[in-house]
Ligand binder design. Structure first.
Ligand code: ADP
Ligand code: GLC
Length: 479
């Protein structure tokens, strides 16, 4: 079984959020199951081919509509997982900094429609070029939404007709463009009223052989408003072909017992090192250190989805009520939200520390050093932050939505792994933060819950098996 992942993110080379982590870890897990999984990704500015990368000897010819161009292919094995990866070099579209938009997070690139159409088309040309024709092409999110249509056109010409799996990581980002992009792509498309818009996500949903999303609860939510973000009826019409498969995490790459980013290692059975990680984090963030201070962590994109405005709203009240509570917040995105948190850090210097950049090492130290991890998401397709947090002994406080429901067990007596709340309001979050403070003060109970969280198994084994079964079913059904 041969499967090509076509994806806009692949850490550590290119990452904005959890999609990249899934592409990386799932491709590895599939190879462990004997599937020849490979990844196709753009060579963005800032990714520099190293000596062991192989430039493909001949240029890649990419034909789109009436245009014809040449790109360059770089082949290598993923630096951490060993999975074969091909990077597409095409400077006009990808050499700049940023994946979907400039790194300041304010807006998207104006030519994203062309960029990702080109990328999708190039992935098909790549398979022909190296004469490796996978049974399945696995597309991820809106950037690859046109791939099934482009493939249909290609199949008529070449006879190669792989199945397509389209994984919906997030319904909010759909890739909506004008008809010029459809002309550029050379496809017939389904016009979206009122204007003839081309919607990449709905194209992919309509044409892919099978649809998956990243948790069972989100699979249900997106078939209704507001979860489907306007595409609920379309999703409902494909309900039979839609499956929620819960994301996992790479247990080797995310292990507090071997993580080189942490100043000390620890595990569920030996938590002494966690105290040291917490103290080091407090010192690094210029906060008073020690176990007297309950430490809440955030690692997130700053985006309305994540509900961090609710945190900003209730923070002053909580900080005044409990002068020992501390917050370390790492995030970037919405410039207004960055300013809000930075202003709070200036007022509450001994209680709030804020870092507004993408920082993988610090993220891991926050998972490892915090006592609680906050995710007040308005919606959350799966969420990986809470999984990393639990593995690193930080108890999640999250809204009862999407994958957060499927991965966090509410605390009951000494069972459970986290605190869930219902309403997307600052009041409901405030109540949960207070509950957490109470839990922190009941030391034995707090330790039990932390141990429960750390003992959960969020590995990919079961979910990768579900993807394998899906691929098998699809290839058996192929003519
Ligand atoms: P989403 O994909 O919606 O952003 P997830 O919880 O699935 O949410 O994944 C977020 C991923 O991005 C996690 O790996 C998290 O650690 C990482 N991340 C988010 N913001 C930052 C940041 N500022 N610095 C480092 N890592 C970050
Ligand atoms: C998206 C979702 C997040 C999910 C991630 C990986 O970015 O917002 O919930 O965990 O994709 O699937």
């Amino acid at each position: 079984m041969k499967v090509l992942f076509v994806a806009p993110e692949l850490p550590p080379y290119a990452k904005v959020g959890g999609l990249g982590d899934v592409v990386c870890a799932l491709s590895k897990a599939l190879r462990n199951l004997g599937i020849d999984a490979r990844v196709f990704c753009p060579l963005y500015g800032g990714i520099f081919p190293s000596e062991d990368w192989q430039p493909h000897p001949s240029p890649l010819h990419i034909c789109l509509g009436t245009t014809s161009s040449y790109g360059r292919l770089w082949e290598t094995n993923h630096i951490e997982t060993g999975v074969p990866v091909a990077f597409l070099e095409y400077n006009q579209y990808f050499e700049r900094d940023g994946i979907y938009g400039p790194p300041d997070g304010g807006h998207s690139f104006g030519d994203n429609g062309e960029r990702f159409t080109f990328f999708s088309r190039a992935s098909i040309d790549y398979c022909h070029h190296i004469n490796w024709l996978p049974n399945v092409i696995h597309c991820h999110d809106w950037t690859t939404g046109l791939l099934p249509s482009l493939l249909d056109a290609d199949s008529l010409r070449t006879g190669w007709n792989p199945a397509t799996v389209f994984t919906l990581h997030n319904m909010e980002h759909q890739g909506v463009f004008g008809v010029d992009v459809a002309e550029f792509a050379g496809i017939n498309f389904i016009a979206q009223e009122p204007a003839p818009y081309l919607n990449f996500l709905s194209e992919g949903i309509t044409r892919a052989s099978a649809l998956t999303t990243v948790s069972p609860t989100y699979a249900k939510e997106i078939q209704y408003a507001p979860g489907g973000c306007g595409l609920e009826s379309l999703l409902k019409s494909r309900s039979k072909d839609l499956k929620g498969i819960l994301n996992g995490i790479d247990l080797e790459a995310w292990d507090p017992f071997s993580d080189p980013s942490l100043p000390k290692r620890f595990s569920a059975d030996d938590q002494a090192g966690k105290t040291f990680v917490k103290t080091t984090l407090q010192e690094e963030m210029n906060l008073p250190s020690g176990s007297d201070f309950p430490l809440f962590g955030v690692v997130s994109r700053f985006y309305s989805q994540k509900g961090l405005d609710l945190l900003a709203e209730c923070l002053p009240k909580l900080l005044s009520k409990d002068p020992k509570a501390q917050f370390v917040i790492l995030g970037s995105g919405d410039p207004a939200q960055e300013d809000t948190f930075q202003s709070l850090a200036k007022v509450y210097t001994s209680q709030v520390a804020v870092v507004t950049r993408f920082d993988e090492r610090l993220a891991r130290c926050i998972y490892g050093g915090s006592d609680f991890f906050i995710m007040p998401s308005r919606f959350e397709p799966c969420g990986l932050g809470q999984l990393y947090a639990m593995r690193y002994g930080s108890i999640p406080i999250a809204r009862r939505t999407g994958g957060l429901v499927d991965t966090i067990k509410p605390i009951h007596k000494d069972s459970g792994t986290g605190i869930l709340f219902d309403e997307p309001t600052s009041g409901a979050l405030f109540d949960s933060l207070e509950l957490a403070l109470g839990l922190y003060n009941s030391s034995d109970l707090f330790q039990s819950i932390r141990k429960n969280a750390m003992s959960e198994n969020f590995g990919w084994d079961i979910s990768a098996g579900e993807y394998r079964s899906l691929y098998q079913k699809l290839t058996e059904a192929q003519p």
